[in-house]
Ligand binder design. Structure first.
Ligand code: NDP
Length: 366
């Protein structure tokens, strides 16, 4: 699917600035690049089932989250009227019901606001994936899944990171049949309602997932491989004070149990192992949700941009978004294994657009 208004190119048939990714980094880069008259073209990702399952849907990780309480400028309140006035009604499909608006802005709302702001300034958006690149050529060549090849003088990589899975064969077998890495996407499914569920992980995401799931589940076990949580204090308090959440410490998943032949049944339990005693226990559960961190989305780059050992793109200078390829910039979680906040991503998106603009000016291109 693509936006048909996006087909025009830069004056020489080459795009000035192509942005890949549609999280806070991508949209912030687009807002700055558009206001600098670079006429950016943004690939927001394709709406495929594979992308959905792998957590790579357009609008990034925030599209799969609930309230965003820590993004500066969005205090809790009744946002409905503002959202209605700011966002085109055709883009309001993913908003939660009105009564849920009395809280902080939600991830999908924040992303739609950024998208709207970027398109207001002339960003062209294509709902497709970039599947490979050739950065050895000038201009750069970007190959999309359904919209052919694009040439670009600068590229901003803002493809974020995707949820990790444990890598167990039984986990793979039950994906979409009770195994998920997105509570907001899947939590309301009938198979999880009034049932016991397991969340793996002890970080902020795990608390967020577990808290969300308690809306539907009878009980949520949070599985910690250590004796303590990694989550921030305020999120830990949220878990401790929720009567439906039970922490299971020093425990890892050995196997996901269930019926993988009849998809209506799916997951029926999770075999866990206490890492101190080696004792296994079967927890009755109809779902297992992973919240064990993320992997940066860099596969499509085919190793053409230098990364750190852990796969995150390496900035070549402190406080500059420049990568190992001159004219290619990286912003957001794809280059950040440390802060990983919506607001820091947005900040580096702005930096990448400014870096791209300065590069184009110094090269005499724009
Ligand atoms: P984190 O890396 O913070 O936490 C990952 C969790 O998963 C840890 O508890 C880790 O355990 C556990 N884990 C990792 N691998 C395994 C494994 N193989 N088996 C079992 N457990 C495993 O990731 P998050 O996604 O939670 O958070 C990422 C960033 O996003 C953080 O900076 C966080 O603050 C931020 N964030 C903020 C939110 C907010 O403020 N509302 C909401 C969500 C995320 P261990 O601790 O033992 O390593």
């Amino acid at each position: 699917m693509s936006d048909t208004t996006t087909k025009s190119h830069g004056s020489d048939g080459v795009e000035n600035c192509v942005i890949i990714g549609s999280g806070p980094a991508g949209w912030s880069a687009a807002i700055y690049a558009a206001r600098a008259n670079l006429r950016p073209l943004l690939f927001e990702g394709a709406m495929t089932e594979e992308n959905r399952i792998m957590g790579r849907f357009p609008m990034g990780q925030l599209a799969q989250t609930t309230e965003v309480e820590n993004y500066a400028g969005f205090p809790s309140g009744k946002l409905k009227e503002f959202l209605d006035s700011a966002i085109d009604p055709s883009r309001q499909y993913m908003f939660p019901p009105v009564e849920e608006h009395a809280h902080a802005v939600t991830g999908p709302e924040l992303m739609e606001l950024m998208r709207q702001q970027a398109t207001n300034f002339g960003t062209r958006v294509i709902t497709d994936d970039i599947v490979s690149v050739d950065f050895s050529k000038r201009p750069f060549v970007l190959n999309s899944s359904e919209n052919g090849s694009i040439q670009a003088h600068t590229v901003i990589i803002a493809t974020g990171a995707s949820a990790n899975y444990l890598g167990l064969p039984s986990e793979e077998k039950f994906r979409n049949r009770g195994v998920s890495a997105c509570a907001v996407c899947d939590g309301a499914l009938p198979r999880f309602r009034n049932k016991q569920l397991v969340v793996v992980g002890g970080g902020d995401s795990a608390v967020e997932e577990a808290s969300y799931l308690t809306k539907y589940a009878s009980k949520v076990y949070m599985l910690l491989r250590r004796g303590e949580m990694r989550a921030s204090k305020i999120m830990q308090e949220r878990a401790f004070s929720n009567p439906k959440i039970e922490l299971v410490k020093f425990s890892v998943v050995d196997e996901v149990l269930g019926d993988d032949v009849d998809p209506r049944i799916g997951v029926t339990g999770v075999r866990i192992r206490n890492v101190e005693t080696n004792q296994t226990t079967d927890l009755e559960a109809t779902g297992m949700f992973l919240a064990i961190g993320h992997t940066p989305n860099t596969k499509f780059l085919g190793g053409q941009v230098e990364t750190h050992e852990n796969g995150y793109i390496a900035w070549q200078k402190p406080y500059r978004t420049i990568t190992s390829v001159e004219g290619v910039f990286a912003a957001g979680d794809v280059a950040d294994d440390y802060y990983r906040q919506a607001i820091t991503s947005a900040g580096t998106g702005c930096m990448a657009a400014l870096d791209a603009e300065r590069y184009l000016a110094s090269a005499g291109i724009h």
